[in-house]
Design a protein around this ligand. Structure first.
Ligand code: SF4
Length: 405
């Protein structure tokens, strides 16, 4: 038994090292040296938290080098492995989706690169998928894949910024030699040239004659939901470019010692970015009174984290079981209750949740009253606030000093 445990642990360690090595190679191969330019994901991050975006430009990372894993305790290896699986599963989905799209013969460019310089700052966009149609009604669709545990109700602002940056650059650089398709030999050409070279399709010389949209495909293990369309928008592109310049200049200031990382603005309040942030360990947002990790409270937090993991796993199993039972009901052509042992079950349709579309109400009120300000004031007067409630925030700390070799 002891020998088998050791073998299993060796396998986990090997898989962790392989995933880390693969991530390093894939980033170097597809994205190059990320410290040398501002990417769209940097811009998205920078719009939410400047401190996090600048730290990642400075190469501050909580991800260990693959070679460092040999010296880790098993718990730390498991922690790194879990994080890598979540971070890398999007790439696996991307591979499958690319094969599926290609199977229908659609004209598809994976990882199209747009490279520009703005106010002296190198900026690059890497588009997951660019789909093209020529002919009488030429069209381009950008698809950005996002892997999510659960499909969100609305898109995060950082994702939207990425999309506006991508679609804005595609249109504004259309006639410029800014486009490259990796692995094809087509580099630093215009967008119509790249499409002509790859597919023999002639696109209009200017983008105004082309139907251009960008979409996000949010993918969980059981669901896909498109968000969009995002259209080229000059004002949004300008905001993205200004954000890129801000991140670049601020990173230079921190590098030269004119600013400290903790002098920078950071996002306030509860934010999902913080759990995944590489520099959350010493973020001023969480300036805290420290208590020993083996105190009762420290142990309680450990247990809470474990219970939450168990709850998430249980919720997943419950959802799967419910889906199987629902399918069984339909397969047996169930109309009414079905009895089995001590249980009976049925599937019915219930009315959807009723909600009020606030912006629609504001629009209708404005058109009725004829005054937007009065409509907003009327809406605010009708709002009710419930009593404040206490909310517990627990944040896992990513430890760069522990993991970086
Ligand atoms: S922990 Fe949160 S607030 Fe602090 S830098 Fe990271 S993302 Fe920003």
């Amino acid at each position: 038994m002891q020998r088998e445990n050791t073998k299993a642990q060796g396998l986990i360690r090997l898989l962790t090292q392989d995933l880390l090595t693969h991530a390093e190679q894939k980033t170097a191969c597809e994205l190059g040296d990320r410290s040398q330019y501002i990417g769209m994901s940097d811009i998205g991050k920078g719009m939410e938290c400047l401190r996090a975006a600048v730290a990642s430009k400075l190469g501050m990372s909580a991800t260990p080098a693959a070679t460092a894993v040999d010296g880790f305790a098993l718990d730390d290896v498991a922690h790194v492995l879990a994080r890598q699986i979540i971070l890398q599963r999007g790439h696996w989905q991307e591979y499958g989706i690319e094969k599926a799209l290609a199977a229908t013969g659609v004209k598809l460019v994976p990882q199209l690169e747009i490279s520009i310089e703005h106010s002296g700052v190198p900026i690059k966009a890497h588009l997951d998928f660019t789909l093209v149609w020529g002919g009488q009604r030429p069209a381009v669709r950008i698809l950005e894949l996002k892997s999510n545990e659960r499909i969100p109700d609305s898109l995060y602002a950082s994702y939207e910024a990425q999309l506006y940056g991508q679609v804005g650059l595609l249109k504004s650089c259309w006639t410029e030699p800014c486009f490259s398709a990796p692995g094809t030999g087509l580099q630093s050409v215009t967008f119509p040239q790249i499409i002509q070279g790859l597919f023999g399709v002639a696109l209009p010389e200017f983008p105004d004659d082309v139907d251009i949209e960008a979409w996000v495909l949010s993918i969980s293990m059981a669901e896909v939901r498109p968000f969009g369309p995002y259209l080229p928008d000059k004002a949004m592109l300008e905001i993205c470019l200004q954000t890129a310049v801000g991140i670049w200049r601020t990173a230079e200031d921190v590098r030269s010692g004119n600013l400290g990382l903790n002098d920078l603005d950071y996002c306030w309040g509860f934010h999902p970015l913080c759990d995944w942030c590489d520099v959350n360990a010493d973020c001023p947002k969480f300036q805290a009174v420290s208590i020993p990790s083996d105190s009762a409270c420290g142990l309680e937090l450990e247990e809470l984290a474990m219970l939450k993991d168990q709850k998430a796993a249980l919720e997943g199993r419950i959802a799967e079981a419910e889906e199987r039972i629902r399918q069984t009901f339909h397969l047996v052509g169930g109309q009414d209750w079905i009895l089995t042992g001590n249980y009976r079950f049925r599937v019915t349709t219930v009315a959807g949740r009723r909600t009020l579309d606030r912006s629609l109400v504001a629009d209708i009120l404005t058109s009725l009253i004829g005054d937007e300000l009065k409509a907003q004031t009327a809406l605010e007067q009708c709002e009710k606030y419930s009593k404040p409630i206490e909310r517990l925030y627990v944040n896992s700390i990513n430890l760069p000093s522990k993991f970086v070799a």
